[in-house]
Design a protein around this ligand. Structure first.
Ligand code: ADP
Ligand code: TYD
Length: 207
């Protein structure tokens, strides 16, 4: 099974990815965790360029191709071989991040992003995508607890940008059946339970 996690920065994705990994491993499942952008030697090099604050003059067209280049490599080098070997692949962000951030957030035409995504991932689409949804104020409060020097090039974007990204995710959720919108203001444990429940439903365990 291929599972992706989406949401604006600080929504709690990484926390939930780790909890789900532990749950599946306790069930003796083989799990492969990946983080976007990155996950292969080439993709990690691209990640450095993308998140480097010195690259503050990067144009949005460059940004979409770099994210997609990193993803294309990851799909063929790691995701497909892992799925073929029976692993649960859990990805902290995937192609919906490009639609939400570069499309709805930056303002590139969403139909072009969809085409670029298709080329980068082919038919390697997640079986289920958890969109952990938090209002911008919650993200701002969580972000305030981090020092500015810890934030990457995209995390330092202004609040309106993240509002557009969040609304973009909500639009994608309306048209994608694989999307599960999760209330990210619930407790860490409650969210974990909701996610496990959804996965069990998908696997037919609760039939
Ligand atoms: P992301 O990977 O989406 O950026 P993280 O998992 O790193 O988010 O979480 C961002 C911050 O919010 C961390 O300090 C984390 O402990 C906290 N956090 C995560 N989930 C919750 C939650 N459900 N309620 C309150 N705080 C949370
Ligand atoms: P990362 O440190 O992985 O952030 P997070 O822990 O919040 O997932 O940095 C990834 C940043 O890149 C994040 O701000 C979201 C952004 N991003 C895009 O803009 N487009 C994309 O396609 C992807 C995968 C990430």
């Amino acid at each position: 099974m291929f599972i992706s996690f989406e949401g604006i920065d600080f929504s709690g994705k990484s926390t939930q990815v780790k909890l789900l990994e532990n749950y599946l491993k306790d069930q003796n499942k083989k799990v492969k965790l990946i983080r976007e952008p990155g996950g292969t030697e080439i993709s990690e090099k691209i990640r450095k360029i993308l998140l480097d604050k010195e690259n503050n003059h990067m144009v949005m067209e460059t940004e979409i191709f770099l994210f997609s280049a990193s993803r294309a490599q990851l799909v063929r080098e790691v995701i497909r071989p892992s799925l073929e070997k029976g692993y649960y692949v859990i990805s902290d962000r995937f192609h919906d991040s490009s639609t939400a951030y570069q499309g709805y957030g930056r303002g590139l035409p969403v139909d072009s992003i969809v085409k670029i995504n298709n080329l980068a991932i082919g038919n390697t689409v997640p079986d289920i995508t958890f969109f952990i949804d938090i209002p911008n104020e919650v993200a701002i409060a969580r972000k305030a607890q981090r020092s500015m020097s810890d934030l990457d090039r995209i995390e330092v974007s202004d609040e309106n940008f993240f509002e557009r990204v969040r609304n973009g995710y909500l639009k994608i959720a309306e048209s994608e059946k694989r999307f599960r919108v999760i209330d990210g203001t619930k407790s860490i444990e409650e969210i974990n339970e909701m996610i496990i429940n959804e996965i069990n439903i998908l696997e037919g365990v609760n039939k």
